[in-house]
Design a binder for this molecule. Structure first.
Ligand code: ZN
Length: 299
């Protein structure tokens, strides 16, 4: 009898020991790093704060920012500890990082790290082969057919178009509809098939290696807004070795980054890049097919 009680106590003790530790919230906490410091967008310090806030409000992320020295100064000291993080978000479009930093970043993403590229981050590093593989397609920086094909929607399929020409352009800024092309993906599941995005640049004619690239959403680039007459890739996932990448071309101006569609897809893309799943519900006030919905300017 006594032995039996002792056994019960031991089993209970073992069960307690094996129980999961209490966590602060329903989600795990991941660590994210935003890289910034140079950009053709002067508002980058503010957009970095926006992106930081959007990650933090999910309750899933703690966020640090690593800022490069300004353009024209040596970047030799810039070596963020990527491997200490689960996710790197780039808000950077500037001079090349030092070789060692580039190697660290390749090792981070290649080893299974998560990466999110926002707007002009896909303008950066035109001559960095691995970076172009991570973003799939990019623009400007004298990108041409040398960098890879365009990605074009033809008969319901995304195909590579090797037509020579520039990589990266945009027409007049305007509000435009986003069309979901894969509603079964964790990032886009539950989103309206079409939703209106706030005033933004509609990037067109991006090109790159486009390997292991999956287009989640497009926007039609109208000729009357000085666009291409093509359905341009807007939200994408890319795999690079063991790493998952979410790429959004949206987010030129503050109003673009206050679009509730930009925010939700960024938050969902960040979670997916880290875990391969999305647990965040679609916000009830997500934009609709006819209505742009933005957050007010922060006080
Ligand atoms: Zn822009």
């Amino acid at each position: 009898m006594r032995i039996c009680s002792a056994l019960v106590a031991l089993v209970l003790l073992a069960a307690c020991g094996a129980a999961p530790e209490t966590t602060a919230g329903p989600e795990s906490t991941y660590s994210a790093l935003i890289v910034d410091g140079q950009s053709n967008h002067r508002i980058w310090p503010t957009t970095s704060q926006y992106l930081k806030g959007y990650l933090e409000e999910t309750g899933m992320f703690t966020v640090d920012i690593e800022t490069t020295p300004p353009a024209g100064e040596s970047l030799e000291s810039y070596r963020p500890p990527f491997s200490n993080y689960d996710l790197v978000v780039s808000n950077y479009n500037g001079e090349p990082w030092p070789e060692a930093t580039m190697a660290d970043f390749e090792a981070f993403v290649g080893g299974g790290g998560a990466f999110v590229s926002v707007h002009a981050a896909n303008n950066a590093f035109p001559e960095w082969t691995a970076y172009n593989e991570m973003i799939g397609i990019g623009g400007w920086g004298d990108r041409t057919e040398r960098h890879g094909p365009y990605v074009r929607l033809r008969d319901g399929e995304f195909v590579h178009d090797n037509t020579p020409g520039i990589g990266g352009s945009h027409g007049i800024r305007h509000e435009f509809p986003i069309d979901i092309r894969d509603s079964g993906h964790p990032i886009t599941r539950g989103l309206p098939e079409t939703w209106m995005h706030a005033n933004d640049e509609l990037y067109d004619r991006l090109r790159g290696p486009a390997q292991n690239l999956h287009v989640l959403a497009t926007a039609f680039s109208r000729v009357d807004t000085e666009g291409t007459g093509e359905h341009e890739p807007i939200l994408m996932t890319i795999s690079y070795k063991k790493g998952r990448i979410f790429h959004t071309t949206l987010g030129h101006a503050l109003v673009s980054q206050r679009c509730k569609g930009f925010i939700a897809t960024f938050q969902r893309g960040a979670e997916w890049a880290v875990t391969g799943e999305v647990t965040q519900p679609v916000p009830e006030d997500f934009p609709t097919a006819t209505e742009v919905r933005t957050r007010p300017e922060p006080a």
